[in-house]
Design a protein around this ligand. Structure first.
Ligand SMILES: [Zn+2]
Length: 490
């Protein structure tokens, strides 16, 4: 039993902050919440007036990919092929590697580069570090292409240069760590996320997430609760086990639960494949509306089958037309769940989220990564991109996530982006669509600080409602998951 004393509860309902209160934690649950609780035989932790929130959730992440990307050389700062090469040289000088091994980096974005991404640049970079026999592979920031040095090509049995889409995906899979290594990296990544106040994640990794997390939790990786998203390929297994969304998986200390069915219906903005009502403006005059990967006559039976078994749907839709079709599918099948991304919306669709009870699962940090791309690609419709305030005011339930590895698995980045739509000292982008900080926070939690609720909470060294500019680097003093500290500062 633990008594947390002297906490200030952050009001998420727009009300005034409550005075110092105590919280009694018993068997992983909040047993009592109120001022001046008698300590009894509890271990007392004096929070000394720090701020308290329910534990934070990431509603959309690819945890294995995030864990892998964290371990790779970060080349996202490179503004040219030459700069990417310099980062490779620097790393190989600092951390020498054996001849014939591969250095894998991640995060280059070459759309605006002048020089081509030639294999020679990477071989020269390795030679400059005195490591002419180390292969170099750099993975593009959108994961859709890879840049391969001559030595790496020889090691992998490929030709040097840049590979894109399917041929690249086949190579990317070969660079993944083995299961035991990956599990170790996932443990590190989830532990780091707990230090930012995270207590849970919806994992939509493209794998058998239920099996992966049963194995990890069984091995003692207990930093987060995990809702295991299921891809269509694995849906039959879930239905055969009669698992519904929210069901807790036995033998996981209550940490693992069945998540929703994940279906990707359209593409993305950066590859101009998000499916839109209006054609993409563009050179060459080739009018395109993007790509619909899963048309309604495939999507709806899938959602209906899941819904019959109590499995919710998490439908990826980025373009406005894909969102219209996804909302139609929820309406026709009666499925419950969320639309993932909901980046571009037709005005008539905004109120349909609340009317249908479909959550808008959004990743606000992307709007800061993509603002220039949106202004270039969707200049005519930028005011309808990431319309978070419109959704909120129309009564939609917003849930925030990172889509890690696309953005880091740190809940404060999403909260900051939703509340400020600004970063890097730039002016806010469409500030009329910011939401109040309390709304961004409420969209990141799944429990309340009230008796009977799970003892999942975050202790903060600063008041998150005081200054939106401080959200991105919010100092976390401690994170508790089911009554157990998963992180304590100092
Ligand atoms: Zn994703």
């Amino acid at each position: 039993m633990t008594l947390l004393s002297g906490a200030r509860l952050v009001p998420l309902d727009g009300g005034a902050a409550a005075g110092p209160v105590d919280l009694r934690v018993l068997d992983g649950v909040l047993a009592e919440v109120g001022p001046g609780l008698a300590p009894g035989r509890d271990e007392v932790v004096d929070l000394e007036g720090r701020w308290l929130l329910p534990g934070l959730w990431d509603a959309h992440a690819h945890v294995g990919q995030w864990a892998t990307v964290r371990r790779r050389l970060d080349v996202s700062a490179a503004r040219s092929a030459r700069e990417a090469g310099a980062l490779v040289t620097e790393r190989l000088r600092a951390q020498p590697q054996a001849a014939g091994s591969l250095l894998v980096g991640y995060g280059y974005r070459d759309v605006l580069w002048d020089e081509p991404t030639d294999a020679d640049v990477l071989d020269e970079a390795a030679r400059a570090a005195g490591a002419p026999d180390v292969g170099v592979v750099l993975v593009c920031g959108d994961l859709h292409s890879g840049w391969i040095s001559g030595v790496a090509a020889a090691v992998l049995g490929l030709s040097p240069g840049v590979l894109r889409e399917e041929p690249w995906f086949a190579v990317a899979g070969r660079l993944d760590p083995d299961e035991a290594t990956l599990d170790g990296w996932v443990a590190e990544a989830t532990r780091a996320a707990a230090a930012r106040g995270l207590v849970g994640v919806l994992d939509v990794e493209m794998t058998d997430n239920l099996r992966a997390w049963q194995r990890r939790i069984g091995a003692g990786h207990t930093w987060l609760r995990v809702s295991a998203g299921v891809w269509p390929d694995y849906l039959d297994g879930v239905l055969a086990r009669e698992l519904a969304t929210g069901d807790v998986i036995e033998g996981t200390s209550g940490l693992l639960s069945q998540g929703p069915l994940k279906v990707i219906t359209d593409g993305s903005l950066n590859t101009r494949t998000a499916y839109c009502h209006d054609a993409y403006p563009g050179p060459g005059g080739a009018l395109t509306h993007g790509v619909l990967n899963v048309p309604p006559d495939e999507l709806e039976p899938l959602m209906a089958a899941a819904a019959r078994h109590g499995v919710h749907a998490a439908i990826h839709a980025i373009g406005d037309r894909a969102n219209t079709l996804a909302l139609d599918a929820f309406e026709r099948t009666g499925a419950r769940g969320s639309i993932e991304h909901a980046q571009l919306l037709a005005p008539a669709d905004v109120p349909r989220f609340a009317a249908l009870g479909v959550a808008a699962s959004v990743q606000p940090e992307h709007l800061l990564d993509d603002r220039d791309a949106i202004d270039a690609t969707w200049a005519d419709r930028a005011g309808r991109c990431y319309p978070l305030r419109s959704l909120h005011e129309a009564g939609a339930r917003l849930v925030l996530g990172s889509d890690a590895p696309v953005a880091p698995m740190d809940p404060w980045l999403a909260i900051s982006a939703a509340a400020t739509r600004a970063r890097d000292g730039r002016a806010p982008w469409h500030p009329e669509q910011t939401v109040p900080t309390a709304v961004a926070l409420a969209s990141s939690v799944r429990s309340r600080l009230a008796p009977g609720e799970p003892a999942d909470l975050v202790v903060l060294d600063a008041d998150p409602l005081a200054d939106p500019a401080g959200l991105r680097t919010m100092p976390v003093a401690g994170t508790m998951l089911a009554g157990r500290w998963t992180f304590r500062a100092g």
